[in-house]
Design a protein around this ligand. Sequence first.
Ligand code: NIG
Ligand code: FE
Length: 440
Amino acid sequence: MTTNRKRQQGQPLLLINIGQLLTLRSISRKAGPRRGADLKELGTIKDGAVLTLAGKVISVGSTKDALRDPWIRKHRKKVVEVDCNGKVVVPGFVDSHTHPVFVSPRLVDFEKRIKGASYEEIAAAGGGIRSSLEAVRQAAKSDLAAKVLAVLQDMAGHGSTTIEAKSGYGLTPESELKSLEAIREAAGSWPGTVVSTLLGAHVVPKEFQGCSQNYVEIVCSEMIPRAARRNLAQFVDVFCDKGAFSAQETVQVFAAATKQGLSVRAHVGQLSQTALAPFLRFEPASFDHMDHVSDDDIHQLAQHDTVATLVPGANYFLGLKEYPDARRLIEAGVPVALATDYNPGTSPTISVPMAMSLACTHMKMSPAEAVAAATINGAWALRVADRKGSIEAGKDADLAVFDVQDYREIPYWFGASRCALTILNGVATSCDRTFLREFA
Ligand code: NIG
Ligand code: FE
């Protein structure tokens, strides 16, 4: 940890005059991700205040009470005071699905799609994920780490403070481990929190085409044990869909991960429907995409804590007319999260507010549901809800200050970031001119 970061964390920080403070504090005694009507409960405090110290939230309440607090009055000189002047404060976004370890954008695929080719057609013709592999295999770890760090910093500028980061563009044991090491290196230079995922089962690389079993064997017996031994990943992910891995192969990868003590998650239902029941015994943290899902599976998911992570950026960027049916999931009681799915093929966006905007306009989620899905339910999807996703005493000091008067403006002003200040584990970073003098 840098000296500057330690000094900042050690200093008490008091945010006052918060127009709307969205705490997302827990509303029921039953622990678990938000479902149904609970998804829109934001726990809003008007004219709020938050005190943080040593990377943790110490107290949350009204500005009036904070200014009367004996401890705050006694230590006023030491406390760094941030006058939010009516702005909105939310828990830092938890972007629970990103693929940041790649070298170049895929501009040829982009143009082909504009001319009418589909994601699957482009992949079958040698584009898609496979066309990103060579550059990652050749890249120096430090170059990959620099790219990941730049993205983490940009994401923080849009309000994200916890980010899941997947490997998945190397697809050899060496390059997958190098990608995870690059994530770790970048995370060490960033004040926010990174959760790493091994996505060795992203697609079958071309040297294994026609013998996917041999590749799955390498994922299970080499990549997963090596990543686990070195503590390089908390999760193992699989792209389970046509053109990628079958349900049976997914079960194989999940079993290998579980054996090594790693938790699992999967990309499912993006291009076609897969029955989810065989996966549930592994208690996946999330099923991501979920464009295609049966009523039976929805019914089962409502009984589990597995989060359905919706990534509408992918639908937008692929130019699809259909989006995941968020209303059907929410009304059935399935916990729903929102994430960017930042990646070069389907969703090159770093912006959670953009994902929220798409969720509101195309998936008919209310702004309140979108906020909860991008904070507390994102935290559940990463199994960090005990410390992330809400602003409550004892939790990590992860906050985002938006230069708006009403939280509904966050998804409303689409395509532009209104984030003015992000506080990551107690470290404040200015995102615009508003707080530049205090926090460079
Ligand atoms: O989440 N579907 C699989 N993985 C990514 C796409 C990766 C890529 O095209 O590079 C996704 O959409
Ligand atoms: Fe993805």
